[in-house]
Write a protein that binds this ligand. Structure first.
Ligand SMILES: C[S@@+](CC[C@H](N)C(=O)[O-])C[C@H]1O[C@@H](n2cnc3c(N)ncnc32)[C@H](O)[C@@H]1O
Length: 159
């Protein structure tokens, strides 16, 4: 029984490697830095690509933002729905692959991915988002794109 539980958990957390970064949560300091850099106003839309356990969606909802997350791992989707339940009118969590999602509605985007996805992400944001859309990336740089500001390892890009 424990063996099968282990296999299921490894599969759920492991299969995302085919599409993006594995689960590793952002710390409080970087969550705070991300929202400080984004400077979003109440009612604006915050989009998180790979929303993990929902901690950024919760932080955004507490600031009055409309929050949208994409997450592949169904266990993390359930956890994040529970975590953000109090703000359910403001928060939408899609169980799915963000590469298939539409980013056009975003005023601000958060990502914590891996180097190898940053160029593909840059193209997607550039083709789908309005001019002035802000993107913060924890840990990983977008190649050849100018960084507007950096705080605690979080980089801000303005498209
Ligand atoms: C490094 S973790 C970051 C989690 C969360 N954003 C945070 O900062 O605390 C990356 C997350 O993205 C999810 N993920 C990876 N590729 C994805 C994809 N293509 N579509 C949706 N979610 C994805 C993983 O399951 C994981 O939860």
């Amino acid at each position: 029984m424990l063996f099968w539980l282990f296999i299921i958990l490894v599969s759920l957390f492991g299969f995302v490697l085919l599409f993006g970064a594995p689960y590793l949560p952002t710390t409080k300091r970087q969550v705070r830095a991300s929202f400080e850099l984004l400077e979003l106003k109440e009612g604006q839309t915050f989009l998180e690509l790979g929303s993990g356990d929902g901690r950024l969606l919760l932080a955004g909802a507490k600031q009055g933002l409309r929050c949208v997350g994409y997450e592949l791992n169904p266990l993390l989707v359930i956890v994040s729905i529970i975590v953000t339940w109090r703000y359910r009118k403001q928060v939408t969590i899609h169980w799915g692959n963000f590469w298939n999602g539409d980013l056009a509605e975003a005023d601000g985007i958060f990502v914590f991915l891996l180097d190898r996805y940053m160029e593909k992400l840059d193209k997607k944001v550039q083709s789908e988002c309005a001019q002035g859309t802000k993107l913060v990336s924890f840990g990983f740089k977008i190649p050849h794109r100018k960084v507007a500001r950096t705080e605690h390892g979080v980089r801000l890009y303005i498209y």
